[in-house]
Design a protein around this ligand. Sequence first.
Ligand SMILES: [Zn+2]
Length: 434
Amino acid sequence: MYWNKEVECMPEEKLRELQLERLKQVVKRAYEKVPFYRKKFDEAGLKPEDIRTLEDIKYIPFTSKADMREAYPFGLFAAPLEEIVEVHTSSGTTGKPVVAGYTRKDIELWGELIARCLTMIGVTKHDIVQIAYGYGLFTGGLGFHYGAQKIGATVVPASAGNTRRQIELMRDFGTTVIACTPSYSLYLAEYAKEEVGIDPATLKLRVGSFGAEMWTEEMRKEIEKRLGLKAFNVYGLTEIIGPGVAHECEAQAGLHVWEDHFLIEIIDPETGETLPDGEEGELVITSLTRDGMPMLRFRTRDITRIIRKKCDCGRTMARIERIKGRTDDMIKVRGVMLFPYQIEQAILEVQGVEPHYQIVLTRPHYLDEIEVLVEMSKETFSDEVREIEELRKKLEKRIEAAVGIRVKVTLVEPKSLPRSEGKAKRIIDKRNLK
Ligand SMILES: [Zn+2]
């Protein structure tokens, strides 16, 4: 199903023409309205009219998260405040938050993009959509709200948290679609079964749109099994518009990027050099049609690759592979680089444990150590000590094979690791606390 078939299946040539036309417009707008961009262009000796082809984008300087913090709060807005009808911010856990401003047109666009995403996975006006992303400054709640309402679905604005009520709403209202973080979906399944006494499979849930954190294919299988639904991956970020930049179609083989509104590139995160399609690197996004706050070549720090191959669903928009992690989630331990997803994958391949884990980094004797805490399943927990030790060693071997260095695995009691209502905290870095 398509929300906007003409656009979603636009011939590629036409799509590139549209992108170029929009790129020229947004560059001009940013240069004229945002002193930050004007300064960057002037320093690079670049004028908006120098951008003549899509390839010329490489001459435009990058915009980073640090630039955004410096511009706090409204320094990157390209529209006067009387035209800004809504603001959102990032969590700001690692410094000043990033502020995004939306004009009425931007809010309309956001709704359109989420409507495309949800329609793509079969959501219609006959669905009951429970939004368990936080409502408020976080973009998850309201973004999905606008889109689901646009489709005409019945929106249940549950917001994050209050897990018992979430389950009761699902049961009593007959919720068919859930939107939340993947880690919260697992918690919902666990809570339903153990605290409310409801088998999640008896709920009417059909599909879920999960995002805002890294999750693996193995985690998808777990979620689908535990909640009895089909789980899809959504991508987005506050700096660009929020969720809805890209979403998986029913093929579950990469996320279609709405290229009529976003221009994507992959760069080498070390050198900043543009990489050819298909190579893995950092995703860079230019928002082509945002009036409130256009972004030129924003470095997302998300690691992925671009897939240009034609998709079975008929959409011509390129796909990105599921995000492997953020460049700043990359763990450097004894000269080895690794991503949490590698550890997640290895854990979920082993029977007898739950998909709840935490990675603890320490430096006891000038050398980094990794300890991975993994929850045992209830059945494992009642096993003999010897069997539990065997399982522990098996996990250590499996993870070592995946990441290339020795790690220490500690099996912990069921339900002893913290559950998250939003983004799970996977890495605890104690190395700098000494
Ligand atoms: Zn597709």
